[in-house]
Structure formats: C-alpha cells, structure tokens
Ligand binder design. Structure first.
Ligand SMILES: *[C@@H]1O[C@H](CO)[C@@H](O)[C@H](O)[C@H]1NC(C)=O
Length: 272
C-alpha cells in the first residue's frame, strides 16, 4: 500500500509539473500577444489567435500575376477582394484546402539584419506544395509551417535580399466587404460551389445546399475550397448553409434564383 501511495503521489507531482511547465515555455509568445492585442482587440470567439512560428518567402514579381488563381480555386484575386494580400501555405498549414480563406497576421521575427518592423494581414489563397525530390530549400515540406507571400506583402516585413525569413504568425478574423459570394461550377450531375469573400474565421469547415424543392443536402469538399453534390438541382432556387472553422454557421437563403447557370457568382448578402 505504501508503495502504491508513493507512486500515486509521484504521478500527481508529475502532472502538476507538466501543467506548470507548459505555460512557461510559451511565455515569450504570450508577451508578444499582449502587445499586439492591446486596446481595441475584438472577441475572437472559437478562433485560436495565439502566435506561432513559421518561415516566409515570396513568389512572383511585384505585380503578383503568379499569385492569382491558386490551389484554393479562387480566380481573379483583385475582383474577389483579396488583392495581393495573399499567401501560399505549406501542406502543414494548408490542411488539404480546409485553411483556404483563413486570415493571418505575420511579422518578421528575430532577424535584425533582414526584418522590417510592422505586421501584414493576409488571406490563404494558395498551396506551397511539398517537393520530395528537392534536396535544398525544403521550406514547404511537412511538417514545416511556411508562408509563400506575394512579393509586395513580403517587402512590408522584410528586405528583398533576405530571401527566407523566420516569422511569427497568428490567426485573425477576416474583415471582408459585402456578403459571402458563391460561384457555381461543374455540371448538372456534379454541382460544385466555391464560396469566397468569407469573413469571420474565413475558412469553411462544412457546407450544405438546399434546392427550393429539397431539404438540406450535405456537400463534400472537393479540391481547394470547392464543395460538391451529386444531387441535380438545375431549375431550383438555391440556399446555402456554411460553417466556418470556428463553428459558426450561417444560412444564406434563396441567394440563387431558379434560372441559375454554371460559372455564375451570387451574392449571399450577409457575412460572418
Ligand atoms: C521539385 O524539385 C526538383 C529539384 O529542385 C525540380 O526539378 C522539380 O521541378 C520540382 N517539382 C515541382 C513540381 O516543382
């Protein structure tokens, strides 16, 4: 009995140690967090807005032509409201496209030679794919967290010659103008909906669709941020039920008229 009691005591002591050690190792992080979230910060709800570390590079030129389109499936990023404030995320952050539309704040960290003071806010619109045949500059291979920024964004936090920089980043709520937009793609037997201009958490976790003559139908995620159903809904008005990664769900009722076609965009009128 004595031995068992002793073991239980040791176990309890170890748990107490573990609990008290964890926040200590993140002390540095929370200090920066306090500074950045000084007066005026809003309620972040279910979003993890802690600061983490990653690296950043840039791709494309100052005009950002190469940063258009991308693995999330967005098109003309200027027309869709993202502009050049975008990044391609490594697989570890991209999460098979589930992170598309999420917003981040980044700052260059611990590199006095190359850092420019200040932070940038970007939306995830692309994937920086892993390349297992490369032997150098493996920034985007798992498990590394990496942001490949548009050049104009990179230059706001670092000097051009830096090439690659350590960054600190955190999730922030997305501020978008106007309603969530829904683009119809695919064909009658494979209706694909791409939501964009999503505010709040910004990244879509689940989506349902409802025809004027159906109940809610759960959609499945295809590539990037495309959601599909095999149910034929041609000739019916459409409504959408969107859940963002923070668990908030909004209904966009009758946003598509019954004479809709493919490759059209509809305004959801409200946003997160
Ligand atoms: C992967 O890296 C190799 C070696 O640098 C390169 O030749 C190849 O084009 C890369 N593949 C892709 C898909 O970028």
């Amino acid at each position: 009995m004595k031995l068992l009691e002793k073991m239980m005591y040791v176990e309890f002591f170890m748990i107490v140690m573990a609990i008290s050690v964890v926040p200590m190792s993140y002390g540095h992080v929370s200090r920066i967090d306090d500074v950045a979230e000084a007066p005026g910060s809003d309620d972040n709800g279910g979003l993890d807005t802690a600061w983490y570390t990653a690296r950043a590079t840039f791709y494309g030129d100052i005009h950002g032509g190469e940063t258009q389109q991308g693995a999330c499936g967005y098109g003309n990023l200027y027309q869709q409201g993202y502009g050049l404030a975008t990044a391609a995320l490594s697989d570890a952050l991209f999460n098979h496209g589930y992170t598309c539309g999420a917003c981040f704040e980044l700052m260059c960290a611990n590199d006095p030679q190359w850092c420019v003071p200040g932070t940038i806010k970007i939306t995830a619109t692309n994937n920086c794919p892993a390349n297992y045949t490369k032997t150098t500059d493996l920034w985007c291979n798992p498990p590394q967290k990496h942001f490949d920024l548009s050049l104009p964004m990179f230059l706001k936090i670092a000097k051009y010659k830096a090439g690659v920089i350590p960054v600190r980043y955190r999730r922030i709520r997305c501020t978008k103008t106007g309603g969530v937009k829904f683009e119809t793609q695919g064909n009658p037997n494979f209706l694909m909906i791409m939501p964009y201009n999503v505010g709040g958490a910004g990244d879509v976790k689940a989506m349902q669709i409802k025809g004027s003559r159906t109940g809610w139908i759960t959609m499945s995620k295809n590539w990037g941020t495309h959601w599909v159903t095999g149910v034929v809904l041609t000739g019916q008005g459409l409504s959408f039920r969107v859940t963002t990664s923070d668990g908030v769900t909004k209904d966009f009722i009758n946003v598509v008229p019954k004479n809709w076609g493919f490759k059209q965009t509809f305004d959801g009128r409200i946003n997160f």
